[in-house]
Design a protein around this ligand. Structure first.
Ligand SMILES: C=C(O[C@@H]1C=C(C(=O)O)C=C[C@H]1O)C(=O)O
Ligand SMILES: [Mg+2]
Length: 500
């Protein structure tokens, strides 16, 4: 069937009818005679629009599908889309996103703060030429998945050459899994000279193939053993000692220092096996994976940076750590100790005061409890203070990411001094470790987490990172022990991923 668009009127704003949305800024495109296209599919409408406009149009089609396990879907993408896959799941798996393939990408290699707004502008520009088909489901439809490097001014290392300073993907196929169902979104640019029937045929074929493979659930295992190189532990402790002394001297209030483990195995690490193990072990955490070519950045973090849902903004202050014990009595004592400990309260307070200040500046109203509670994950307890705000109209998700990152949970306080100290003293490229990773949809809603408890998998190598908040009272030996606990989630997942 051929669809004709009889008249197109440039208009400000947003138009939505009959499951089709065409967004247009001033001078953009809006279908004013959309009724005539009612009988056409989204692909047909998009193709008609592309011909009429003589420019490519983005079509995004969402279908409800039968339940599929997100990691089976991720694994199913290996052959056709290996190196171009992403996963984001929130704690409790209320929402899981798996993207495979690339419909479009926004890569920014800049050292300036503008990388956050650049991504936002580029995304909005693409949305000006969007046609959608299917139900509006939060977490489905056209959305970007990606992340930002911790500090683009750090000299880049070989480990992170695949993960640019900002890199986002509009997936070719997006699986959305929520408690109330599963959806599959297909995204594609349609050029004026493309044939809609052919595109529809390719979609059907590729989707059927992906879902068929996902249903077979064939996941490879990873290596069970490897050699570990601990990068410069003595030098790291010395840096901690020096930084704590500088804090006591009043140079700054807090700095987060991280270190690295390098693993070398006899067989390649398998991202889906590691993810599957992380999902099993690290409940209460966000799960994430971002593949870029032969490298997969993967982890399970407890820490939200910021979530936007309409006019509501949520953040979390998570800092201060104590180990867990299998003995319930001892575990209770450890929790109490963490709650009472002055050094840990100071580490946490630095985070709360910074996030509070940003929220008070950027929001109409802010709610923050007076005292932290405990947040428990498999290997440790943390102090936790949730933050809720209601936005002003000009507060966007990515502007908030830009204002918040790095919080004193990842960088330190004051922000600029701490970031400079990390750059100077850590002697390491953090890459995306401790950076914001997340998704943003066509309404500007989405969520970013802080990518800790993570590492890069590249063939037979894995590079893991963990850090600690250093304050005046920090003792190098106990901070070192704390990083060992923070390496546990990834080490355990890698191990489990290789076991029979
Ligand atoms: C930097 C990390 O974690 C951060 C540091 C913490 C601390 O020092 O107590 C706790 C949670 C996170 O804010 C990490 O896990 O690598
Ligand atoms: Mg700590």
């Amino acid at each position: 069937m051929t669809c004709f668009v009889s008249s197109l009127t440039p208009r400000q704003g947003r138009f939505s009818a009959y499951g089709t949305t065409v967004l247009g800024e001033s001078g953009g495109i809006v279908v004013s005679t959309i009724n005539q296209l009612e009988h056409c599919s989204g692909v047909e409408r998009a193709a008609a629009l592309a011909r009429q406009q003589r420019q490519a149009v983005l079509i995004s089609r969402t279908l409800r599908i039968d339940a599929v396990d997100p990691l089976d879907f991720f694994a199913a993408g290996t052959d056709s889309y290996g190196g171009e896959r992403g996963v984001l799941a929130d704690p409790g798996e209320m929402l899981t996103l798996v993207g495979v393939g690339v419909c479009d990408r926004i890569d920014v290699q800049t050292s300036s703060r503008s990388r956050f707004t650049t991504v936002e502008k580029e995304w909005n520009r693409r949305l000006e030429r969007l046609v959608t088909e299917g139900p509006f489901i939060k977490g489905a439809g056209p959305l970007l998945m990606g992340g930002f490097a911790f500090d683009p001014e750090q000299p880049g290392s070989n480990t992170w050459k695949t993960h640019l300073s900002a890199s986002f993907v509009l997936p070719k196929y997006l699986l959305t899994v929520r408690k109330d169902g599963c959806w599959l979104t297909a995204n594609r640019w349609i050029a004026p000279d493309e044939n809609e029937t052919e595109i529809a045929r390719i979609w059907e074929q590729e989707q059927a193939e992906l879902l068929q493979r996902a249903s077979q659930s064939l996941r490879d295992k990873g290596p069970a053993t490897w050699e570990v190189e601990e990068v410069a532990p003595q030098r790291w402790k010395e840096t901690v000692r020096q930084s704590a002394a500088d804090i006591r001297a009043g140079i700054l209030r807090k700095v987060v220092l991280a270190r690295e483990l390098r693993l070398k195995a006899a067989h390649p690490f398998v991202p889906e096996a590691v993810l599957s193990q992380l999902r099993r072990e690290q409940t209460n955490n966000y799960l994430f994976a971002m593949e870029r070519g032969n490298s997969c950045f993967v982890g399970a973090t407890p820490e939200r940076l910021v979530k936007r849902d309409g006019d509501q903004l949520l953040s979390a202050c998570m800092a201060s750590t104590i180990r867990r014990s299998e003995d319930p009595d001892e575990d209770r004592q450890l929790k109490e100790q963490l709650m009472q400990d002055a050094k840990n309260r100071e580490e946490h307070a630095a985070v709360v005061s910074m996030i509070r200040a940003v929220f008070q500046r950027e929001c109409e109203s802010v709610e923050i409890p007076d005292a932290p509670t405990l947040y428990t994950v498999r290997n440790m307890h943390h102090l936790f203070t949730p933050v809720t705000g209601y936005t002003r109209s000009d507060t966007t998700l990515l502007s908030m990411v830009g204002h918040l990152h790095p919080t004193p949970a990842m960088g330190g306080f004051p922000q600029a001094d701490a970031t400079a100290m990390i750059r100077e003293r850590e002697g390491m490229d953090r890459g995306w470790f401790a950076g914001p990773v997340g998704w943003i949809d066509r309404n500007g809603d989405g969520e970013f987490v802080v990518a800790i408890r993570s590492g890069v998998l590249r063939d037979k190598c894995a590079f893991l990172f963990a850090g600690c908040g250093i304050v005046g009272d920090s003792d190098p030996e106990s901070e070192y022990e704390e990083t060992k606990i923070k390496f546990q989630p990834m080490l355990s997942a890698l191990k489990g991923a290789g076991e029979e």
